[in-house]
Design a protein around this ligand. Structure first.
Ligand code: UTP
Length: 330
């Protein structure tokens, strides 16, 4: 099975952090988000090929993955970010017009899910999660046998929504030839939403051409696309991977769960809960909770919460909730 991971977007909702670093390399819970996805794929041994669809800052992603994993990745370029559907289409060359099963995983979303179980059945499956309010999501409509009949984007109200099962960004498709044909169809006919080719429009075309798809329940759906969801995912990962640390710093209290990287200097501070402090940071006289500090950043005399501090940034002014880009100084 071939796994396609689109990572070519600009990550505009996470600026300034994504101006010089691709979104999927942002650190959450101690590792770049893409690391968790690749780690699970390699551990589960379900992929014959892992295809990264790269674009903006793609070289940095390639450099990171090739130096971190002993795996031969396939890279294809999406020269212009024309939407998720278009990004997936860019992977077509790796399939060489042969049918192969494919799993599509969004690069900025982590899943706490049994992938082996998900790809085991005889049907294509779309990952979904039951949500309280379907209005912010794409949802599925199903028939009495559990087969998907329609995809509905952002239903106007709970009442008109065909279900409360939201599409999470994990797609296992048995027939890649049908997938690419449907993507070709939407591109040829210029079927776009806000100027982008959507994957769901191609999936809808597949349904209309008798492809069968079921749903697979994904409980752990961890979005990393916005500051607040990145921090939420940080909290989840730190709680889950919690090993009581043996951290010892001068006159400092550590409130687990936290992640503290190498060569970090902390004095007179309270760190945690839910703080990710990456390598080579300096923290003095500060309180830090629910925040991510990228490497080489300095925080002094601050009380930080719900904050993202970029690589090499210096914060020496008391602030409660901030988002500071790389090498900025406050
Ligand atoms: P998103 O729309 O969430 O990511 O796409 P984005 O475009 O990078 O973020 P914003 O909206 O500007 O903040 C989900 C995944 O699909 C990839 C993204 O890189 C992300 O991993 N993607 C999206 C592409 O590879 N190409 C595209 O044209 C669009």
């Amino acid at each position: 099975m071939k796994v396609i991971i689109p990572v070519a977007g600009f990550g505009t909702r996470l600026r300034p952090h994504t101006l010089h670093n691709p979104k999927v390399l942002l650190n959450v819970g101690g590792k770049p988000m893409i690391h968790y996805i690749i780690e699970q794929l390699i551990k589960d041994k379900i992929a014959s090929s892992i295809i990264l669809v790269t674009g903006f800052l793609g070289d940095k992603i390639k450099e990171y993955l090739d130096s971190s994993f002993k795996f031969k990745f396939d890279y294809v370029e999406q020269a212009e970010a024309k939407g998720l559907g278009h990004a997936v289409y860019c992977a077509k060359s790796v399939f060489k017009n042969k049918n192969d099963e494919t799993l599509i995983i969004l690069g900025d979303t982590l899943f706490d899910v049994d992938l082996k179980k998900m790809v085991k059945g005889k049907d294509s499956v779309i990952g979904v999660k039951v949500v309280d309010d379907p209005r912010r999501f794409g949802v599925v409509e199903k028939d009495g046998n559990g087969y998907i009949t329609r995809f509905v984007e952002k239903p106007a109200s709970k009442e008109v929504s065909p279900s409360n099962e939201a599409i999470v960004g994990l797609y296992y498709l048995k027939n890649s030839l049908h997938l690419f044909k449907s993507l070709e169809h939407i591109m040829k006919n210029n079927i776009t939403v806000k100027g982008e080719f959507q994957l769901t429009d191609a999936l809808e075309h597949m349904l209309n051409n008798d492809d069968k798809m079921k749903t697979f329940n994904v409980e752990g759906w961890l979005d990393c696309g916005k500051p607040e969801t990145l921090l939420e995912t940080n909290r989840y990962l730190l709680s889950k991977n919690k090993k009581p640390g043996s951290y010892k710093f001068k006159n400092t209290k550590i409130v687990e769960p936290v992640f503290i990287g190498k060569n970090v200097n902390i004095e007179n501070s309270v760190i945690g809960p839910y703080a990710t402090i990456n390598d080579d940071c300096v923290i003095k006289n500060s309180f830090i909770t629910d925040s991510i500090l990228d490497k080489f950043s300095t925080v002094e005399n601050c009380s930080l919460t719900d904050s993202l501090i970029g690589e090499g940034a210096i914060v020496k002014r008391d602030a409660l909730k901030i988002s500071v880009g790389n090498y900025s100084e406050i």
